[in-house]
Design a protein around this ligand. Structure first.
Ligand SMILES: *[C@@H]1O[C@H](CO)[C@@H](O)[C@H](O)[C@H]1NC(C)=O
Ligand SMILES: *[C@@H]1O[C@H](CO)[C@@H](O)[C@H](O)[C@H]1NC(C)=O
Ligand SMILES: *[C@@H]1O[C@H](CO)[C@@H](O)[C@H](O)[C@H]1NC(C)=O
Ligand SMILES: *[C@@H]1O[C@H](CO)[C@@H](O)[C@H](O)[C@H]1NC(C)=O
Ligand SMILES: *[C@@H]1O[C@H](CO)[C@@H](O)[C@H](O)[C@H]1NC(C)=O
Ligand SMILES: *[C@@H]1O[C@H](CO)[C@@H](O)[C@H](O)[C@H]1NC(C)=O
Ligand SMILES: *[C@@H]1O[C@H](CO)[C@@H](O)[C@H](O)[C@H]1NC(C)=O
Ligand SMILES: *[C@@H]1O[C@H](CO)[C@@H](O)[C@H](O)[C@H]1NC(C)=O
Length: 666
């Protein structure tokens, strides 16, 4: 261990010292200024809800994605990461209150006519976005916290939809205290402001410890007199409703009516407050701590620490400093939860390790115990836990936490009561199955396919960094209690497995035979198109109830579900392939459409496979499946590029999110 690194003991001592010194000075104000927001750089300064992001130099409080389904019924919060001291107990028990100023530029782009619902500037003691705060709740409160002091929130709302009788109109500013019902609201039209006009508006909010005053004007406004007309001013003792330390930032929401809720620039300044404290004890304690810290440092300088501890600390740090990080568990907790990894609690086994069922409190969890492999695995482990940990989607298995202790790498997921999809779909191997699972109806199968497609579209197009799953297959699709498909195990299997190898040869390609695109064997690379291929195979097996490859299969199966199906397709008999257990539960048109879609995802030429975005459109019947040649084309490498671009979304080079608006638009 290098002498530069501090032990946790030293750290605590230094922290204590810092705190003590802090007590000597008045509580400092908070001050920051963002003339613009830098994508991928500034996000770390904020506490944000799952889908809030910085895109195109602006805070997008609710998502700005071209996938319409992902902007409906959303709410979000975006708060500065450090709270500020709003009030404190001053001399003689009299409260002292901070003053503050904040100026920001908001821009609202409606996506439906009319748009909805609105955004708000908020001060709150509880930074977490309340569940079900979308729609009329503006991300401020939800049905249970509305009107309760526990909400601990004061908001200045910019409402673009009249959601209640009490709302004056669909273009007003309102002052909200622990509720979405405003104690005062002012229509903005007479101030020349139409919030949802896509114009930039500059808002200033001033609090002088007694009155809160709000100014709104067009950002290009040059006339001073127009900028200085207060739209709303009201006497309000914030210390009555809010905790001493509060977070400052924004919330917003959409409903069936949608809009993009952006903040383009923001500055904030609060004054320090004078606090009463008896400082005598500080004068006695500080020197003692200084002596102690020095002593410990000298001692440690001469002592070598266990390298194990050191590596351990780094893993903790790298994962924990990520704000959206999953929880870190103690080995003991997880041992208790799983009955010391009792074989009775075993749920399954993969190449990477074993999965156990566990109970944390009364919450069921699944704990993956990664096979012991200390050397190369750690970096990948960190990368995986932080990437997966920051992904949130209703069709992804949620990562709850992790543990790294005494060479144990453990990953905690939410428990999926219905296990994995493979238990339900394959009729051709009931062997080894403890009990016969019920047949999934066509409706359920369709919704499972749609769910996986949404998850994959999110990974490919909807999240900050593109994620390739690399191992789509039935056993990696979990089913929750409502049989909603949840994609699990992404990337991890491959990462951990690879670390166990002594050499990295191209033969050790990640993935599962039968689901791997033909080009994988030549390039050895995972791409968006190889994920689409595996998804295609999954679609075929879910509709047909057969494994992707099975040597025992008769009827020209040729050890490949793709060959077999394409053969049936060229003979115009594609519906023969449908799982016979679906008798009587048949929507032939829909099934044929899904099968053709599945086959087109398995096109030998990767350039001719549809994107997940197109797949989604076909599944929701907004588009027809891509045209498919009757004969299965031979696999040719290098693949021919598409001769012409029919579909602008056939953008294979573009790896980025496709936002609604282009760069110049905003
Ligand atoms: C959005 O919420 C509304 C009201 O709760 C509901 O009627 C609607 O179905 C939801 N839309 C979607 C796409 O979830
Ligand atoms: C707020 O802004 C006003 C006017 O610019 C200024 O006088 C005041 O000092 C500011 N207050 C704080 C706390 O920064
Ligand atoms: C409101 O939010 C809280 C905190 O997220 C949550 O516990 C509660 O269930 C939510 N209430 C409703 C009605 O959704
Ligand atoms: C929200 O809370 C306010 C009190 O602040 C109350 O008047 C109103 O009825 C509540 N609204 C709903 C929908 O519960
Ligand atoms: C709003 O501001 C942005 C950046 O400051 C600018 O690019 C855009 O043109 C402005 N929009 C309008 C409608 O003025
Ligand atoms: C706050 O507003 C009230 C009423 O408008 C006014 O009398 C008072 O002077 C204001 N306080 C400050 C500090 O400006
Ligand atoms: C600001 O820009 C809008 C739209 O471009 C225009 O209609 C308005 O007159 C401008 N205002 C000023 C004060 O220049
Ligand atoms: C929202 O849209 C869904 C379907 O698109 C519809 O069923 C629902 O009634 C709508 N809800 C509201 C509150 O408008």
């Amino acid at each position: 261990m290098s002498s530069m690194q501090l032990s946790s003991l030293q750290r605590s001592a230094l922290l204590l010292l810092a705190l003590l010194c802090g007590a000597l000075t008045p509580a400092g104000g908070l001050s920051f200024s963002y003339p613009t927001f830098r994508d991928n750089i500034d996000e770390k300064d904020f506490i944000k809800s799952e889908y809030s992001r910085i895109y195109f130099s602006a805070i997008q409080i609710t998502p700005d994605l071209s996938n319409v389904a992902s902007i409906v019924n959303q709410s979000g919060r975006f708060l500065y990461k450090k709270p500020f001291k709003l009030w404190g107990k001053g001399k003689g028990g009299v409260r002292s209150r901070a003053l503050f100023n904040s100026t920001f530029v908001l821009n609202i782009t409606p996506k439906t006519d009319p748009g909805g619902e609105g955004l708000a500037f908020i001060l709150t003691g509880s930074p977490t976005l309340p569940e079900k705060s979308q729609g009329e709740w503006l991300g401020i409160v939800n049905a249970s916290s509305n009107g309760s002091a526990q909400a601990n929130i004061v908001a200045v709302e910019f409402d673009t939809k009249k959601s209640y009788l009490e709302d004056v109109d669909d273009n007003h500013v309102g002052l909200d205290v622990n509720s979405v019902y405003s104690i005062q609201q002012v229509p903005l039209l007479s101030y020349g402001v139409t919030l949802s006009s896509q114009m930039n508006y500059t808002v200033t909010i001033r609090y002088d410890s007694q009155n809160i005053t709000i100014f709104v004007s067009q950002t290009n406004e040059t006339r001073e007199e127009m900028k200085n007309i207060p739209v709303l001013s009201r006497t309000l003792d914030l210390s009555e409703y809010l905790s001493q330390k509060v977070y400052v930032g924004f919330s917003a929401s959409t409903s069936n009516s949608t809009q993009l809720n952006c903040i383009r620039s923001w500055d904030f300044h609060s004054s320090h407050i004078d606090e009463n404290s008896n400082l005598l004890w500080v004068w006695i304690t500080v020197p003692a701590v200084v002596v102690f810290v020095t002593g410990v440092s000298v001692y440690l300088f001469w002592t070598r620490q266990d390298e194990e501890e050191d590596a351990h600390l780094q893993i903790d740090e790298e994962i924990q400093t990520n704000s959206t990080a999953p929880k870190k568990f103690k080995l003991k907790e997880l041992q208790r939860a799983t009955g010391r990894f009792n074989p009775k609690n075993k749920l399954g086994k993969g190449g990477f390790g074993t999965v156990y069922k566990g109970l944390l409190g009364n919450k069921e969890i699944a704990v993956k115990r990664v096979s012991k492999d200390s050397h190369q695995g750690k970096q990948e482990f960190i990368a995986e836990v932080t990437t997966i940990g920051s992904l949130r989607h209703k069709n992804l298995v949620k990562l709850i936490g992790w543990c790294y202790e005494r060479h144990e790498l453990l990953i905690v997921y939410e428990f999926m009561p219905n296990g994995s999809l493979d238990r339900f779909v394959f009729w051709d191997d009931k062997l080894g199955m403890e009990k016969e699972e019920p047949t999934l109806s066509w409706e359920r199968r369709h919704s499972i396919i749609l769910g996986v497609a949404q998850a994959l579209d999110y990974l490919h197009n909807g999240c900050e960094k593109r994620v390739l799953h690399r191992d789509i297959k039935a056993s990696n699709i979990m089913l929750d209690s409502d049989f909603i498909a949840r994609l699990g195990d992404f990337g991890l299997a491959r990462t951990i497995q690879q670390s166990g190898l002594t050499h990295h040869s191209t033969k050790e390609i990640a993935g599962t035979p039968g689901y791997m695109a033909p080009e994988t064997f030549l390039t050895g690379r995972a791409t968006v198109e190889t994920d689409v291929y595996a998804f295609g195979v999954l679609v075929l097996e879910v509709v047909c109830g057969r494994r992707p490859s099975n040597q025992n299969e008769q009827n020209n199966y040729n050890n490949s579900i793709v060959y077999w199906l394409w053969d049936l397709y060229s003979r115009g008999r594609i519906l023969d392939a449908v799982d016979s257990r679906l008798d009587g539960d048949i929507d032939e048109d829909d099934m044929a459409c899904v099968l053709v879609l599945g086959l087109s995802c398995c096109h030998p030429n990767p350039h001719l496979r549809p994107s997940m975005r197109t797949v989604l459109k076909v599944l929701t019947r907004e588009a027809d499946p891509p045209a498919l040649p009757t004969e299965r084309p031979a696999f040719v490498w290098p693949a021919m590029p598409p001769s012409f671009k029919e579909d602008t979304e056939f953008d294979l080079a573009g790896g980025q999110i496709t936002p609604f608006t282009d760069l110049t638009g905003r």
